[in-house]
Design a protein around this ligand. Structure first.
Ligand code: PMV
Length: 356
């Protein structure tokens, strides 16, 4: 696939006065079937499915001007940030075969998140997809093309940060080859927007911030531990099956199956962490209190609200729009007390990246 982009790459010398600025916002996404375990060059061991979010976004502005060599000056929320600068530099350097114009530009890149930095929400999906949208926008300007190819954006977002490849599509995305979906691939995500029942298009995701501490184990280290996890092969087979069943539930609007798979996937992700070598635990006592309260609430009210977890202690409550008022009251009355500083984010399914 890299070969295709190298063939299509813009190899010309940029005009001496080539300069400008591009700005993109791109959202985070929450996986329903989890990607946990990779192979090769950022390829997933199993397919995954996610909701694209709306409120949790990164805005990236890239100013560029013609130069005799590559340069990068990066600021995150107004300040220099050596860790992010290195990540971005490494990514841009690694993509020079496909984007040779990188060597002819001096970049000033500024980035900021719409969600609090200390919310424990991983920003790599939103930040890396926003960066890739900016890069493709600059390429579009250099080539004088009309549109950005989202499949290409997804491909490069994946190389920047695995699950970021799912953030470029509106509503929902599927990443990873599966027989259950024609056109699916390991190299990039595909949109699921036309394969979902109306109820999911406006789904809510209330993100309960149980702890705002930085993650104890990075997802890079977590993926690596799957290489020696004794349950890995079983996990990948179960995930493949979960994707097939979930895709069917998404098409038909079957909320019971949806909730069963989504909660099982969250539990499996954390179970895999607990049986890694060495084992690790990213849940917090309040994570369990919230899960139990959600299950009680669902039992008492019959409201189809379920939870999922990312690689951390925060809990995502997923529910249809029509129940938003009652679920938000429940969060304020019963769950806010378990959140760090009472913080939670009222997010929902969103429309993907946009240019601003
Ligand atoms: O994209 P990464 O390498 O940060 O891995 C993401 C892993 C999970 O968030 C736990 C699951 C997922 O599919 O998003």
């Amino acid at each position: 696939m890299n070969g295709q982009w190298i063939k299509e790459a813009f190899h010309d010398t940029l005009p001496e006065d080539f300069h400008g600025g591009v700005r993109w916002q791109s959202p985070s996404n929450i996986a329903l079937v989890k990607y946990w375990g990779k192979k090769g060059q950022q390829l997933p061991q199993n397919p995954s499915v996610s909701f694209t979010l709306s409120q949790c976004r990164t805005e990236t502005t890239a100013f560029f001007e013609k130069s005799d060599r590559f340069g990068l000056h990066f600021r995150f929320e107004g300040r220099e940030n050596a860790e992010f600068q290195t990540k971005i530099r490494d990514f841009l350097m690694a993509q020079q075969d496909c984007f040779p114009f990188i060597q002819q530009l001096d970049f000033h890149i500024n980035s900021r998140n719409s969600f609090p930095h200390s919310s424990g929400i991983a920003s790599s999906a939103s930040s890396m997809s926003a960066l890739v949208m900016c890069l493709l926008e600059i390429e579009r300007l250099a080539k004088g093309e009309k549109n950005i190819d989202l499949r290409k954006a997804s491909y490069f977002a994946r190389l920047a940060s695995g699950s970021a490849c799912r953030s470029v599509f509106p509503k929902m995305a599927l990443w990873g080859a599966t027989e259950s979906f024609q056109g699916s691939a390991d190299e990039y995500a595909v949109p699921l927007e036309t394969a979902m029942a109306p109820v999911f298009r406006t789904y809510h995701d209330s993100i309960l911030i149980v702890s705002d501490a930085k993650k104890a184990v990075s997802s890079r280290a977590g993926h690596a531990l799957m290489e020696t996890n004794p349950y890995a092969a079983t996990r990948y087979a179960v995930a493949r099956n979960d994707v097939a069943e979930l895709l069917e539930a998404l098409r038909s609007g079957d909320l019971t199956t949806f909730m069963r798979i989504v909660e099982s996937e969250a539990m499996q992700l954390h179970a895999l962490m607990m049986c890694s070598n060495p084992p690790f635990l990213l849940m917090h006592p309040n994570t369990l209190r919230i899960i139990n309260a959600i299950r009680d609430f669902r039992g008492e009210t019959d409201i189809p609200v379920c939870f999922t977890l990312d690689a951390g202690p925060n809990v995502h409550l997923l529910y249809p729009e029509q129940h938003a008022e009652l679920v938000e009251r429940f969060i304020m009355d019963e769950l806010e007390r378990y959140c760090a500083g009472g913080q939670w984010i009222a997010d929902r399914v969103g429309d993907g990246p946009f240019k601003c």
